[in-house]
Design a protein around this ligand. Structure first.
Ligand code: AZE
Length: 177
């Protein structure tokens, strides 16, 4: 499964969104084209009584003319036939932040330590991803446990993004928001 076709990307088997709930710290990210969350990124997922998933997320952004702020973002998720693949609708607490519809796939997770998120925004003519983003999440803001690093590296390779990630620093910039 390493032909880099978006349609063939393996995702988490038997994904259990209730175990995925709670706070995740982004510790690495692959950026899409254009404006994006810079660092201090974390996301909190909530599953309600009816099983619907929502999330809020924050991260440092620079918008307009070098205006630095914390983007407070919200998302709702639509289930699909694959339990690990969701359609995400997202928007910002403020109107000048970004909004849109993105794929939200969970590639792999052990629920307690690490998770690999993937979103392809634009599939190329050849079926590979032309524009997308991905987050490596950890339950711990300090990063991945050594025993999870190899798993994550192997998965990055499977989704054809090995070498495309940058570290996400956590300086406390968005902690108060
Ligand atoms: C994600 C986790 C689940 C909730 C949300 C996420 C994505 C957020 C963005 C935000 C972009 C904001 C910008 C503002 C100027 C996947 C992290 C909402 C893509 C660029």
């Amino acid at each position: 499964a390493q032909d880099c076709q978006v349609a063939n990307i393996p995702v988490m088997q038997n994904f259990d969104k209730s175990r995925f709930a709670g706070k995740w710290y982004a510790i690495a990210k692959k950026d899409p084209v254009g404006l994006f969350l810079l660092d201090n990124v974390a996301a909190t997922y909530v599953i309600d009584e009816s099983g619907k998933m929502t999330a809020n997320a924050y991260g440092r952004v620079i918008i307009l003319n070098n205006w630095e702020m914390c983007a407070n973002m919200f998302a709702t998720f639509e289930d699909t036939p694959d339990p690990a693949k969701f359609k995400m609708t997202y928007w910002g607490a403020a109107s000048y932040l970004q909004s849109g519809n993105d794929e939200h796939w969970v590639i792999d997770t052990d629920y307690d330590n690490y998770a690999i998120h993937y979103s392809c925004r634009e599939v190329d003519m050849d079926g590979t991803c032309l524009d997308g983003y991905s987050f490596i999440f950890s339950r711990h803001p300090t990063g991945l446990r050594p025993e999870d690093q190899k798993i994550v590296t192997d998965k990055k390779k499977e989704i054809c993004l090995l070498g495309k990630y940058r570290r996400v620093s956590h300086t406390g910039f968005c902690e108060s928001s």
